[in-house]
Design a protein around this ligand. Structure first.
Ligand code: RB5
Length: 149
């Protein structure tokens, strides 16, 4: 798969490690930045990764900041992005199975490298269940379009 990665300074080290891990797993990595540990702003990088996914440049994205929270909020502002913040693998599986999540956010200050890799594995190795969840994801897409439910 083609996986976009992104981070602010708070997630830069984790993003760097995960980009290498993803490449080792045979994925094509699209690193949209940031490209140094200099202080920067997470909305830039979360939204850039989200656009990469929504525009079809990447299949999925893994994004990192200090907590995973800010960058996930930014990603979810982009219509079509469904980003889940996870601190353990089961949430990543459920995000894929029920919500067809297309982005995973991780907090470098919350999860160590081994846990981060386990969460990434769970996210990438799990598919959408479909069925009764299809309609709910379709409702999310209507919200993306600005509709009130
Ligand atoms: C940066 O200090 C930090 O606020 C950011 O990486 C993230 O945790 C925000 O949600």
């Amino acid at each position: 798969m083609k996986i976009a990665v992104a981070a602010d300074h708070g997630g830069f080290a984790l993003k760097t490690q995960l980009a290498e891990y993803l490449a080792d797993r045979g994925h094509q990595v699209l690193d949209v930045g940031t490209h140094s540990a200099d202080r920067t702003d997470y909305p830039i990088w979360g939204s850039r990764a989200a656009h990469a996914v929504v525009d079809g440049e990447a299949d999925l994205a893994v994004i990192c900041c200090g907590s995973g929270i800010g960058i996930s909020i930014a990603a979810n502002k982009v219509p079509g992005a469904r980003c889940v913040v996870c601190t353990e693998p089961y949430s990543a599986q459920m995000g894929r199975r029920h919500n067809n999540a297309n982005m995973l956010a991780l907090g470098e200050r919350f999860v160590g490298p081994d846990m981060a890799r386990a969460i990434v594995d769970a996210f990438l190795d799990t598919g959408f269940d479909g069925g009764r969840h299809e309609g709910r994801v379709a409702l999310l897409e209507r919200l993306d379009a600005g509709e009130r439910l």
